[in-house]
Write a protein that binds this ligand. Structure first.
Ligand code: AMP
Ligand code: ZN
Length: 119
């Protein structure tokens, strides 16, 4: 069933509490936790509790939850005091774009200057 937990999914395990993570925010529909390999002073992942392989699949199945993810990304930036200087929300989509975990997630990056275009 779309949205159901996947036994082999790392982020489903974090949602279930079976893999530890430094959780910074939680809502009924989302979990936000610090990236284990941070690329900026603030590097937090915001994920839906439901399993979808990427942001586009989440948008198609559950657009209101994708909106929750983006709203939570902003709340993370406010909480980490990087919203005034600017932050980036990234959805790597597909292996060629660097996606390695196929459970939809927003990277929230901030706290340093961010180059454009990204690498
Ligand atoms: P992506 O490459 O866009 O799929 O992003 C996956 C992110 O998950 C990477 O930035 C990893 O550093 C991060 N990551 C992998 N394992 C963990 C973990 N156990 N806890 C927190 N972040 C993780
Ligand atoms: Zn999952």
């Amino acid at each position: 069933m779309p949205g159901e937990p996947q036994a082999d999914c790392l982020f489903c395990k974090i949602v279930a509490g079976d893999v530890p993570a430094t959780i910074v925010r939680e809502t009924d529909t989302t979990v936000a936790f610090r990236d284990i390999n941070p690329q900026a002073p603030t590097h937090v992942l915001v994920i839906p509790r439901a399993h979808y392989p990427d942001a586009a699949a989440l948008a198609a199945a559950s657009p209101e939850v994708l909106a929750d993810v983006v709203r939570e990304a902003r709340e993370v930036a406010v909480q980490d005091k990087v919203s005034d200087t600017g932050y980036r929300i990234v959805f790597n989509t597909g292996g060629g774009a660097g996606q390695t975990v196929f459970h939809a997630h927003a990277h929230v990056l901030g706290g340093r200057g961010l180059e454009w275009p990204p690498g």
